[in-house]
Ligand binder design. Structure first.
Ligand code: GDP
Length: 698
């Protein structure tokens, strides 16, 4: 009348999704029996389809939670695996059988059974509203590849499920003595009076009708709910009773066979009190389940209320009733990322980029100076008043070479990768800490995305920058102001270099044991060098080396190495001093008119001016070609390539990667579901109350 079972089955499913403990359980029918007792055949007869795994090697390894949903208004029959939503609605029961087999076989045969249930729902106008749990069949002896404790494992698993308030469907084959039925034995242990056990005697056709009817008369091992006898051997597909194509439902064929059997022996089976046939079994199960559910109603309502109050309290205490949704969490994470990105964009402003490029080019200038000038033995002549015109050409040519080395050193490529590296590091830093530490996949995708964009722009930008620098490769016009700035700049750079050399030198002095000692070692080294030169000269003259090398080590070898280092540093310092004094002198001042000579005499200042111009121009183009377009495009690509294809499941999965959000969502969901269940239960109780007086009147 009020569809109680149906509604409670829905409630049961909700409760199962939030609670694995025993106190919020609504009853279900648990099917137990030994292997080959006909358990699967009975279940398939009830459903009307062949869909359970078949095979010799114990194919049911996990409990199957089978929920049957009666759909009177539709003639579609289909199954669904709620936890494997990708399969969708399966109208082909052969496909269901295949999936169930795979799911069962995913438990390795060395483990044999798992208590992780498989959830399967079947919708059909031909099934009653029922929940059934199919369990692995009891075995007598374990197979070779099966663990010794298999029997124990299976009975422990069954034990877990046959507790109250569940109804036990004990399946026994007619041709096996009931005294030997493991199903009945297990049931008697937990339900001695058989108040919640229904016996099913299968394979009635395998014993004589007399024996069959004697078993059903419920005398030997009486059960309060009694025994139902069935014959439900499915016709073999394609061999004898080929199923007609327009009746894929096998119920008809089974029922006919069963009906024939009982009809042929009606004098024995048509007795009052004897329960026969699959249809009777189906009705019996509906009735028993409905009664059991109905009697649970008050208890379960109370239990749910207690849980609901607790959940609501926790939600208030822990989260102050603040709700989260996976969608809002994802949006927040992405908004934060974009906001941080905007903040950090400041680090890539024009002056900042220019400064980085200048320091990259400063190094380059120093290298060129060292290579072309500071190692030149004629360096002392540079800037002497009486430079001959030959010399003039020599130094002018050098300056040209130096400028060319600088402007053609691949600045387009290098400055572009300098900035791209900066962006890469920024994105990596942004995706490194929380919340992305919980979202490794998302962090990886974000990084990939940024790399894609950078890769796209890299070569174009580098070409553009190189193009912009082209004029400097041929000629550089220097103005007064630039010259003075460059001169100051390089002077301070050289001062820095000088300080560094001084510091290193004094370190060495300390390590070697003082100024005087270092000088002694240096003089010693110098005399050695001289001797070596002389020897080489002699060898060259006579072709014979007469002198034994005087390899008497006067000093600690480590100190000798340090002293060599010190000699080099002193030479460098002398050069630096020389060059700085030239740079400071009036020779390096821009006069009026032609300044070519000043530039030639002061290559340090000239190259610095050039490098500043290069940095300025490069940074201008990098800003437009790389930085602006990256910071424009990246947030948009995050939206279109990352966010756009997230469906509900993916959003949920993402949010739940964060443990804080997961706990929050879990509690919130639990609270919501309990509230929903409580409302449903209260309305059922209300309906039941209304039903009562009417019932009494009759
Ligand atoms: P399970 O291992 O308990 O699930 O048993 P099955 O349902 O797979 O049945 C085992 C064997 O008994 C199969 O070959 C069935 O065809 C056969 N069988 C099941 N029910 C009947 C029945 O009522 N009569 C006959 N003759 N055979 C049956």
């Amino acid at each position: 009348l009020m569809n109680l079972t149906r509604k409670l089955i829905e409630i049961r499913s909700i409760l199962l999704s939030i609670d694995q403990t025993d106190n919020l359980k609504l009853p279900s029918i648990v099917v137990i029996g030994s292997q080959s007792s006909g358990k699967s055949s009975v279940l398939e007869a009830i459903v009307g389809h062949e869909f359970l795994p078949k095979g010799n090697n114990m194919v049911t390894r996990r409990p199957i939670e089978l929920t049957l949903i009666h759909t009177p208004d539709s003639n579609k029959e289909y199954g669904e695996f709620p936890s494997l939503s990708s399969y969708g609605k399966l109208e082909d029961f052969g496909a269901i059988q295949k999936i169930l087999t795979d799911l069962n076989l995913s438990v390795p045969s060395s483990e044999c059974v798992s208590d992780k249930p498989i959830d399967l729902r079947i919708y059909s106008p031909h099934v009653p509203d029922l929940t059934l749990i199919d369990l692995p069949g009891y075995v007598q002896i374990a197979g070779l590849d099966q663990p010794d404790n298999l029997r124990e494992q299976i009975s422990n698993l069954c034990e877990k499920y046959i507790k109250t308030p569940n109804i036990i469907l004990a399946v026994c084959a007619a041709d096996v003595d009931l005294a030997n039925s493991p199903a009945l034995r297990a049931s008697r242990r937990v339900d001695p009076l058989g108040l919640r056990t229904v016996g099913v005697i299968t394979k009635m056709d395998m014993v004589t009708p007399n024996e069959g009817s004697a078993i059903l008369s419920n005398k030997r091992y009486p059960l309060h709910l009694g025994y139902v006898g069935v014959v439900c051997k499915a016709p073999k597909r394609g061999i004898i009773d080929r199923l007609s194509d327009n009746d894929p439902n096998m119920t008809g064929a089974i029922m006919k066979r069963e009906e024939n059997y009982f009809q042929n022996n009606k004098e024995l089976f048509n007795k009052p009190g004897l329960l026969i046939g699959t249809d009777t079994l189906r009705k019996k199960l509906m009735e028993v389940l409905e009664n059991s559910m109905s009697s649970c109603l008050n208890n379960i309502t109370n239990a749910v209320q207690i849980e609901q109050e607790e959940a609501a309290y926790q939600f208030k205490v822990q989260y102050n009733d603040r709700r989260v949704s996976p969608e809002s969490y994802v949006a927040e994470v992405i908004d934060n990322l974009k906001a941080k990105l905007r903040d950090f964009q400041g680090e890539f402003s024009k002056p900042q980029v220019r400064e980085k490029l200048e320091s990259m080019l400063d190094d380059r200038v120093m290298n060129i100076l060292e290579q072309l000038y500071w190692n030149d033995v004629k360096l002392n002549d540079l800037g002497k008043n009486n430079i001959e015109s030959d010399h003039d050409n020599y130094w002018a040519y050098k300056l040209d070479t130096a400028r060319s080395l600088l402007t053609k050193s691949g600045i387009g490529r290098d400055s572009t990768s300098l900035v791209a590296d900066g962006i890469r590091n920024l994105i990596e830093a942004l995706t490194d800490g929380p919340p992305f530490s919980h979202h490794n996949n998302a962090a990886e995708r974000i990084i990939e995305l940024s790399h894609d964009i950078l890769r796209d722009k890299l070569s174009i930008t580098s070409d553009q920058v190189e193009n912009a620098l082209k004029p400097f490769k041929f000629e550089v016009d220097v103005e007064d102001k630039e010259w003075n700035k460059g001169r100051r700049h390089v002077l301070s750079a050289l001062e820095g270099e000088q300080k560094e050399c001084d510091a290193k030198l004094s370190e060495i002095r300390k390590r070697v044991g003082g100024y005087r000692k270092l000088n002694n070692i240096i003089s010693y080294l110098k005399s050695l060098d001289e001797r070596k030169l002389n020897q080489e000269a002699e060898i060259e003259n006579d072709g014979v080396n007469n002198n034994e090398p005087a390899w008497k080590l006067a000093y600690n070898p480590a100190h000798l190495i340090e002293a060599r280092q010190a000699m080099k540093l002193s030479e460098r310092l002398a050069i630096l001093k020389l060059r700085m004094s030239t740079l400071r002198s009036s020779k390096c001042k821009f006069g009026n008119g032609d300044n070519t000579k000043v530039e030639t005499i002061c290559p340090e200042a000239f190259l610095t001016v050039v490098s500043e111009k290069l940095a300025y121009t490069s940074s201008l183009f990098l800003q437009i070609e790389l930085l602006q377009s990256f910071f424009d495009q990246f947030p948009r690509e995050i939206d279109s390539r990352l966010m756009y294809d997230l469906d509900r499941n993916a959003i949920n999965k993402f949010a739940r990667e964060n443990p804080t959000i997961r706990s929050h969502l879990d509690l919130q969901e639990r609270k919501d579901k309990l509230e929903d269940v409580l409302k449903r239960l209260e309305s059922l109780l209300h309906l039941k109350e209304q039903d009562k007086p009417k019932a009494r009147r009759f």
